[in-house]
Design a protein around this ligand. Structure first.
Ligand SMILES: Nc1ncnc2c1ncn2[C@@H]1O[C@H](COP(=O)(O)OP(=O)(O)OP(=O)(O)O)[C@@H](O)[C@H]1O
Ligand SMILES: [Mg+2]
Length: 410
């Protein structure tokens, strides 16, 4: 008993010392000595209750809030920062690492030296984007998986709306897949591992969270790589929480990114978590081909790669596909590449119910499940090009059985 008390006392002491040290370092770094109080305050402020958010400001310490802080640290809840603090972390937003649809990402450091990525959201964002932002904070705060990027904190004040993520040293997967330097190209074995890690992250979001989370924007830019080249999925800005009981989630407005967005996202069809499976399939094609699925800038590759793969697969000419995937020279991995190809074809089936679950995807990619022969995912496109109206049914060749046995052939 006395041992337990000692451990609790030591942990409490340690956390207090660390919090004070962090503030001291921050004050030294941003060069401002004029804060109202010399000590940090961790209060639950506006984010109190069951929300997964801890708030950090410059008001005085209250003893009652210390236990909230300790709980927040233990639960790794996102912390609320002020815009001045973010300015300090990023040295005045000096080092820009990229930008996307919602804003600009800067590299920064916490006072303890840990690198962070600060995503400053566009100031012109309307009300809807603001809602998305708060949604993203709440959503990520409830998730933890080794293949998901951690959200350390956020800023939500009049001047700055931002998210503070763990920094991923090796950037996003697109830079490695589509970069022009072959010497830095990732070997196929590693690419397969990245594909599996990404699939596990999405499986977690779909099947293992208390409330299912749909990502809506799976693409190479949102697969980040840490110092050890382990993949972590980022950006839940488009994610919506939906209860497991809901079979269909009705949404308004287009989501996702063209080329990765499932047909049901831009057609009047019910949207489910299977839209992520479709986007993941498109990502798999790009991993397999090490090219954008549609690259209009390249003279050689103006054909839509997924359909080219289907035609080769249908004609029994898988060697052509595998030769491209194995361009980096790892011929031992042809079996993995063949699996990846079949799984990609399953994932992008036109009808959402014909696509596998992410659990199935992981097992098929890892070779645990046999993979049945996929049907033509692009039959509906042939219908379009023939100028015939889409009938609405029978436009895939795979029937309507949604059980996992259809992918695995068992
Ligand atoms: N946590 C991070 N660590 C390191 N680099 C990051 C991090 N987050 C983002 N980046 C880099 O910044 C770039 C821009 O990211 P951002 O999410 O703003 O745009 P995007 O992913 O291209 O598009 P979208 O807005 O649809 O997500 C990424 O492509 C990535 O290279
Ligand atoms: Mg992104």
């Amino acid at each position: 008993m006395s041992g337990v008390v000692t451990v609790v006392a030591l942990v409490t002491l340690c956390l207090c010392v660390r919090a004070k040290a962090a503030v001291k370092m921050h004050r030294q770094q941003d060069g401002k000595g004029g804060h109202r109080d010399a000590s940090i305050s961790i209060t639950n402020g506006a984010s109190a209750g069951n929300t997964p958010i801890a708030s950090m400001d410059q008001a005085g310490v209250e003893m009652g809030s210390m236990s909230y802080f300790i709980e927040g640290v233990q639960n790794e809840r996102p912390i609320r920062f002020s815009s001045e603090q973010l300015r300090g972390f990023t040295q005045g937003f000096a080092h820009r690492v990229g930008s996307g649809g919602f804003g600009v990402v800067y590299m920064g450091r916490f006072p303890n030296g840990a690198p962070v990525a600060v995503k400053v959201l566009n100031s012109t964002l309307g009300r809807r984007a603001e809602e998305q932002f708060m949604e993203e904070v709440g959503t990520i705060g409830r998730t933890y998986h080794i293949n998901l990027v951690r959200l350390h904190g956020f800023c939500f004040d009049a001047a700055v709306k931002a998210l503070v993520y763990e920094y991923m040293e090796n950037g996003s997967l697109d830079r490695h897949l589509f970069g022009s330097a072959p010497e830095t190209a990732i070997g196929f074995d590693k690419l397969h591992e990245i594909a599996v890690g990404t699939a596990k992250a999405v499986r977690y979001l779909h099947e293992e969270c208390q409330h299912r989370i749909i990502h809506y924007d799976i693409k190479p830019e949102n697969v980040l790589l840490d110092a050890g080249m382990e993949p972590k999925v980022s950006d839940f800005g488009l994610a919506k929480l939906c209860d497991r009981e809901d079979t269909h989630l009705t949404i308004t407005g287009a989501r996702g990114t063209p080329g990765y967005a499932a047909p049901e996202l831009w057609m009047p069809l019910p949207v489910t978590h299977k839209c992520d499976v479709y986007s993941y399939g498109m990502l798999l094609f790009e991993i397999l081909g090490r090219r954008r699925n549609l690259d209009l800038h390249s003279r050689e590759s103006q054909e839509w790669y997924p359909r080219w793969v289907w035609h080769r697969f249908e004609a029994g000419e898988m060697d052509a596909v595998l030769a491209l995937a194995m361009a980096a020279g790892d011929m031992d991995d042809t079996e993995k590449a063949a699996r990846m190809c079949k799984v990609a074809l399953w994932c992008v089936q036109y009808r959402a119910e014909d696509r596998p679950s992410m659990g199935n995807v992981v097992r098929m990619l890892e070779g645990e499940d046999h993979i049945a022969t996929p049907g033509n995912p692009f039959a509906h496109l042939a219908t379009y090009s023939a100028g015939v109206m889409l009938s609405g049914d029978g436009d895939t060749t795979t029937g309507s059985d949604a059980s996992s046995s259809r992918f695995t052939g068992r």
